[in-house]
Design a protein. Structure first.
Length: 336
């Protein structure tokens, strides 16, 4: 595990512009990403961002609830690199605006983001009032600047949290395949909940072994962290079987209209009775997975935020225990 100290700094408008060298390599890497070739190369680097305000819009509700409070996580794959085929759906900057709108509407405690750009997620964090950590994903041994348009920073994954972040860990998976090196990212928050994300290698006839190995490594990582903390994970695992420890509950986006069953949220520890909903996304190739669980940490009630504002437009489906106005259809959530 990589315990490098990841620096924080304040994000200001116009910051995080990527440099412009080694154009030929980037073009080659871009074509490879379009063809969805994944895995192998040297380790990437991890950086961290802290948005300007530490206070979330909407504030905290300081009223304890009888069964404990809730913790909500939103998982999104935004397809923002500018290289992948799915980028035609992004209609930049519409994909970024859609992510901001989803977060403002649901007000989750944490957001896990895959296939993002550092400048774009800095903008999302700033506009929603969340704390941010970002992990750069390398391709062919190089950090990959996002394109179409450029100047949006490097490609990678991110975690946003309402609560302040106390520490961050990020590292490459041991098993890799192809040019894109996959990583995991975990943060420890002030409300005693760890939030983790990862985007595993695409699972195919030639990369199934690497995906399986990354899955096993992820499960072991989450299990180790859960020995002393409550842990919640959201990510695109590119597989329909969970990568969670045996004691975790799991919720997939199995009812999604786009790429169903590949995104997951797992919970371990003081998170109970999870309920999931899938929200339709117009400007990416994955729908949004939103999971809310009861948090039994005694001290968490003072951090309780207002409940998500569900809309009929946001989803036509809801899981048992998570009702969406105007919808009577249940999401087929499974527990493993």
């Amino acid at each position: 595990m990589d315990h490098r100290k990841i620096p924080s700094f304040t994000v200001r408008p116009g910051a995080l512009r990527a440099g412009g060298s080694r154009a030929l390599l980037r073009v080659a890497v871009g074509f490879a990403l379009v063809l969805a070739v994944t895995g192998g190369g040297p380790s990437g680097s991890s950086v961290s961002l802290a948005q300007e305000s530490s206070t979330s819009p909407g504030g905290a509700v300081i009223v304890p609830t009888p069964g404990g409070s809730t913790y909500t996580l939103m998982q999104m794959n935004l397809c923002l690199s500018g290289f992948a085929r799915c980028y035609s759906k992004v209609a930049y900057p519409a994909g970024v605006q859609e992510a901001v709108a989803r977060i403002r509407d649901a007000r989750p405690d944490a957001v896990t983001l895959n296939e993002t750009c550092r400048g774009d997620v800095a903008q999302i964090a700033r506009r929603t009032g969340y704390h941010l950590r970002f992990s750069t994903v390398t391709a062919a041994g190089e950090s990959l600047p996002c394109v179409r348009p450029g100047g949006r920073g490097l490609f990678g994954d991110a975690v946003l949290t309402k609560a302040a972040i106390e520490s961050t860990d990020s590292h490459d998976f041991e098993a890799q395949a192809g040019i894109e090196w996959r990583r995991w990212l975990c943060v420890t928050t002030r409300v005693r909940v760890d939030v983790c994300t990862a985007h595993l290698a695409t699972r195919s006839s030639t990369t199934a072994a690497e995906n399986d190995a990354q899955c096993a490594e992820l499960a072991a990582l989450l299990d180790r962290r859960a020995a002393t903390r409550t842990v919640i994970f959201g990510g695109d695992t590119n597989r329909r079987r969970a990568c969670a420890p045996k004691r975790a509950w799991t919720r997939p986006d199995g009812s999604a209209d786009q790429a169903p069953g590949l995104q997951y949220v797992y919970g371990i520890g003081a998170l109970r009775s999870p309920a999931a909903a899938v929200l339709r996304a117009r400007h990416t190739d994955h729908d949004v997975l939103l999971v809310r669980a009861r948090l039994t940490l005694p001290s968490h009630s003072r951090y309780r935020r207002s409940m998500p504002s569900w809309t009929k437009e946001a989803s036509a489906r809801a899981a048992p225990g998570l009702q969406v106005p105007g919808s009577k259809t249940a999401l087929g959530a499974v527990m493993r």
